[in-house]
Structures are given as structure tokens and as C-alpha cells.
Design a protein around this ligand. Structure first.
Ligand code: GLA
Length: 348
């Protein structure tokens, strides 16, 4: 089922769209930032839990631009070293918003854009948002049209489909920045959640700037080995330099076999029994454990503290546009591209 609500803010009218299925699962998405606002599903006791962090009002999404709760990030998610890159013999400068580097494409990111509601499709329970990002927008080349479709299926899959077309070669690595807490958004630390992740390698970072060294390192024998299930917290405070740089996990893992049929990650909420499976055809995932959350006021008077949510941000590797041995994030001119990420919930 699909319901639309219009919210008037001083300057704009924002849409909130609810998609629900016959299994009491529902999501609310907005054309402000093509954001996932709510994701509700019953826990093992049949009690509805909202499993994503966020705000009650759309104004708060405009104001709080450092958490990226539920938002779509583009054109490039994650870090770009020196906020510059070369493409086809030309050098491009983007905003320096994290020291000398760029994070999430800068202050004018896609998360604060008002996207067009291009289509609402009741029969397939989906909504498509569209953004026209002009040549030079954020400093990137090419007129880019990006469409994002959110769909909720009857078997509790939220599919996020990115469709992109540019008239020039341009880097593109969009992601969804949802913070999950499978015990419910306001239920504290995620460190006792159980995680299994099919990644045999990760991209180590140089220092606390979180810029990758360019190496692809084996997870074997490190806290980054989640190939067999373990709690998120089991090794998070190990005296391991990579973790200390970021105050926990905030690293790109290299997916063994990115595809839409086998989950790359399975996470279980220890109190709720809610299981999240994630699928993608993108090569990497930024696993972020909410290390920078600092009693952030959220939905229904919640206060989100350090490690109260985790993100699985599917993406090309951070700084890939500057690292030749990482898979290329370049979208070729006049060549449509489609990427997909799926978050599926069930009871463990
Ligand atoms: C990303 C980054 C983190 C942090 C969050 C937002 O996940 O990797 O370092 O900046 O966004 O707070």
C-alpha cells in the first residue's frame, strides 16, 4: 500500500511516502534527500520496531547535515583525497569539507536536495525520485540524471535501485546512509548485534583522516574478520591501530562476491530477534559503527549515543577515483548504469 503526505516547510513542500506490505512492515521515504525516514517491522514478540535512526521533522534533516541519517549521498560517497581528481586529462576540484579532503561530496550534497517525485507505483509498491545534477554541480563534470527507486516487497525486502545517465564521463558512487539498530532505533548500543559479512579483505586507512592507503588487506587474524558470525563489539576496542584511527569500525570492506542473490551481510538484533540481510552489486561497503554519534537528539525524544547505530553503506571504494587499483567509479558518457542494494528483514 502506498500513501503520500505533503509537509509544508518555510521554503518548500516536501513529500513523505509510506510503503507498507501485508506483513506489518513499512517504510517512509522522502524526496528531501531521497531519504529513508522510517523502517518498521515486528520483532520476535510481534511488537513493531522502527529500526533506523532519524528525526521526526523534515526541518531537522535540513539542519543536521553531519549525521546523514537515512540519506542518499552523491555524487561520491565517502572520502576524496585533497578534494580533487583527474579525469580524461582534466583536474577537478570539489569542496574541502573534512580538512584538506572531501567527505560525501561536500555541503551541497544530494542529501539536502529536493528530488522530483518522478513516479508512484501502487501495484509494485514503489516510488522513484529523480535528481538532475548539472555539469559543474559540486565541481563534478557532466550533466547527470540520477533516479532512485525504493520498493517494498511482500517478503520484506527494501530494494534501492540507482539508475544513472551522464553526458560526460563522471565519477559516481552513490550510497544510502541509513543507521540501523535492529533492537529499535532508541535502544542503545549495537555492540551486541551479531554480524556475519562475506568480505575477505578491507581497505586500510592512512590515519584519522580515513583516507585509504590504497592497499587491499586480508582480514584474516584482524578485528575486520566477520566471515564467521561474531558480535559487532567483540573486537571493536582491540588495541588495533586501524580501529583506533576511527574510534571503531569506519572502513570499507571488499565484498567477496557482490550480487543480488546471496546476502553479503547478515545482522541479528540480540534483543529483538530481527534479522537484516543486505545484498548489493556494488564492490564495497563502508561498515560504520556510529563512532561519532554524541547524544544526538532523534525521533521521539531519543538520544543517539556513540555506537547506537551501524551503517552498511554500499559503494565503490573510498577515494577510488584517485586509486588506479580500486574498481573504477567512472560512469561512462551516454551509457546508462544501474546499481542495486537490498535490505531484507525477517525474524531470526
Ligand atoms: C560516513 C563516514 C564516517 C562519518 C559518517 C557521518 O559513514 O565514513 O566517518 O563521517 O559518514 O558522521
Amino acid at each position: 500500500m502506498l500513501q503520500t503526505q505533503q509537509v509544508n516547510t518555510p521554503n518548500d513542500t516536501i513529500s513523505k511516502i509510506t510503503l507498507s506490505n501485508g506483513n506489518e512492515t513499512s517504510i517512509v521515504v522522502s524526496n528531501l534527500g531521497a531519504t529513508l525516514l522510517n523502517f518498521k517491522t515486528p520483532d520476535k514478540n510481534g511488537k513493531l520496531q522502527d529500526i533506523v535512526l532519524g528525526f521526526d521533522t523534515v526541518e531537522e534533516y535540513f539542519r543536521n547535515t553531519d549525521t546523514y541519517f537515512g540519506a542518499t549521498i552523491g555524487r561520491i560517497a565517502n572520502r576524496t583525497e585533497t578534494a580533487s581528481f583527474s579525469l580524461d586529462g582534466e583536474t577537478f576540484q570539489i569542496d574541502k569539507n573534512e580538512g584538506e579532503n572531501n567527505l560525501h561530496s561536500g555541503p551541497n550534497g544530494y542529501q539536502i536536495r529536493i528530488w522530483e517525485v518522478e513516479s508512484l507505483d501502487e501495484s509494485s509498491n514503489q516510488v522513484t525520485f529523480k535528481l538532475d545534477s548539472s555539469d559543474g554541480d559540486q565541481g563534478y563534470p557532466g550533466n547527470l540524471t540520477l533516479k532512485i527507486t525504493y520498493r517494498l516487497t511482500d517478503d520484506n525486502q527494501v530494494t534501492i535501485t540507482y539508475q544513472a545517465l551522464s553526458d560526460k564521463n563522471t565519477p559516481l558512487s552513490p550510497t544510502n546512509h541509513s543507521y540501523f539498530n535492529l533492537n529499535g532505533h532508541a535502544s542503545g548500543s549495537i555492540e551486541n548485534h551479531l554480524l556475519q559479512l562475506n568480505a575477505s579483505a578491507f581497505t586500510p586507512i592512512k590515519d584519522s583522516t580515513s583516507i585509504p592507503t590504497g592497499q587491499i588487506a586480508d582480514v584474516e587474524g584482524t578485528p575486520f574478520d566477520f566471515r564467521k558470525p561474531k558480535t559487532i563489539g567483540q573486537d571493536i576496542d582491540q588495541p588495533f591501530e586501524q580501529l583506533q584511527f576511527a574510534g571503531g569500525y569506519d572502513h570499507n570492506l571488499v565484498l567477496d562476491n557482490p550480487n543480488l542473490q546471496t546476502a553479503f551481510a547478515t545482522v541479528i538484533g540480540d534483543k529483538s530477534g530481527i534479522r537484516l540481510e543486505a545484498f548489493t552489486d556494488l564492490p564495497g561497503v563502508q561498515f560504520y559503527t556510529g563512532n561519532f554519534l554524541n547524544n544526538h537528539p532523534g525521533k521521539a525524544q531519543a538520544s543517539y549515543g556513540k555506537r547506537h547505530g551501524f551503517c552498511l553503506e554500499t559503494q565503490f571504494f573510498p577515494n577510488a577515483i584517485n586509486v588506479p587499483n580500486f574498481p573504477s567509479p567512472v560512469l561512462k558518457a551516454n551509457t546508462p548504469a544501474t546499481y542495486q542494494t537490498i535490505y531484507k528483514v525477517s525474524i531470526h
